[in-house]
Write a protein that binds this ligand. Structure first.
Ligand code: NAP
Length: 315
């Protein structure tokens, strides 16, 4: 069986592409990874998605997207995509998407694979992962009731994590390598007003220590070179994200950070493959921009498939 479009990734971009593609009558399959969760689904409180002034939880929002795609007939499958290669279906150009074990064939592909948390790569980070070192406050904050918590990073995500963790912990110390935050103003103001959150500026984490669990972190002031050890129970690392595009190397044109390069219609360097959401090169990574990308990618895929089938409308 040949799909019209296979969408890889179940975040806001992929799910929106699934809604648009299936509603347009394309035979649509969405493949979601068992190992990689959508960043949006892990957001505790989304307050800038239009139409929900009271805010809403990311998991709930993604669940609504999914139901909408299912309503229009999109199929879902949990599997890991290993590679994509050119193929043929009834004499037409197609793509073979190799999964764990078997393959599916589709006339077009929409890449919506999102990103994963960047690691610091410091001693102790890997050893204590899950034993005091975490990358998602919503998932793991509950372990840190009345504990001392470190957050590393200075962007929107780090500040949101710190605010969320402050609901649980005794104290949250946010450590940032500069002397001001990258995060948006409204989040900064909330963090500065939260008495449980304190800040250490111009500093980076250089090592994590403990026995069974994390006991302390060593930091270094990037201006003075001074090093010190801070006792803590948990460390949440939030220093940005890297695109989940390793499997696309050599297949699509990527930028130096691994983001897929597309035009404004979400076309990639390969005809019939489109990309949307956080994994593509773009200025603003937000749920609302991922949705816009997803809709455009599905529309471009539809135009491509109709042309391939000789069903293109008008000129
Ligand atoms: P980000 O905006 O790229 O910020 C990453 C932060 O980590 C920066 O402050 C950066 O420092 C720091 N950093 C990076 N590498 C580091 C290293 N090796 N050591 C120490 N610090 C390091 O990433 P993000 O906060 O994860 O957000 C990702 C995207 O999602 C952004 O577009 C963000 O706006 C969006 N987002 C939005 C919301 C929201 O709207 N509510 C919430 C979460 C995320 P420098 O500042 O020095 O570069």
């Amino acid at each position: 069986m040949t799909y019209d479009v296979v969408i890889i990734g179940a975040g806001p971009a992929g799910l929106t592409a699934a809604i648009y593609a299936s509603r347009a009558g394309l035979k649509t399959l969405l493949i979601e990874s068992a190992a990689i969760a959508s960043q949006a689904a892990m957001a505790s409180d989304i307050e800038n998605y239009p139409g929900f002034p009271e805010g809403l939880n990311g998991f709930e929002l993604m669940d609504r997207f999914r139901k909408q795609a299912e309503k229009f007939g999109a199929e879902f499958r949990i599997d890991d995509v290993k590679s994509i290669k050119e193929s043929k279906s009834s004499g037409k150009k197609a793509y073979q998407i190799k999964l764990d074990g078997e393959s599916v064939v589709s006339l077009s592909v929409v890449i919506a694979v999102g990103t994963s948390p960047r690691k610091l790569g410091i001693p102790g980070e890997e050893k204590f992962q899950g034993k005091g070192v975490f990358y998602c406050a919503v998932c793991d904050a509950a372990f840190f009731k009345d504990k001392d918590i470190i957050v590393a990073g200075g962007g929107d995500a780090a500040v949101e994590e710190a605010l969320f963790l402050a609901r649980f912990g005794r104290q949250v110390t946010l450590i940032h390598r500069r002397e001001r935050l990258r995060a948006t103003k409204i989040l900064q103001e909330r963090a500065f007003a939260d008495k449980k959150i304190k800040f250490i500026w111009n500093s980076t984490l250089i090592a994590i220590s403990g026995d069974e669990k994390v006991k302390s972190v060593k930091i270094k002031n990037v201006k003075t070179g001074e090093k010190k050890e801070i006792p803590c129970d948990g460390i949440f690392i939030s220093v940005g994200y890297i695109p989940n595009t390793d499997f696309l190397k050599g297949i699509l044109k990527l930028d130096k950070n691994g983001h897929v390069i597309t035009d404004s219609n979400m076309k990639t360097s390969k005809k019939g493959i489109f990309a949307c959401g956080d994994a593509k090169k773009k200025l603003l990574r937000q749920i609302v921009t991922a949705c816009g990308d997803g809709a455009t990618a599905a529309f471009s895929a539809r135009m491509y498939v109709e042309e391939l089938k000789g069903e293109k409308y008008g000129v």
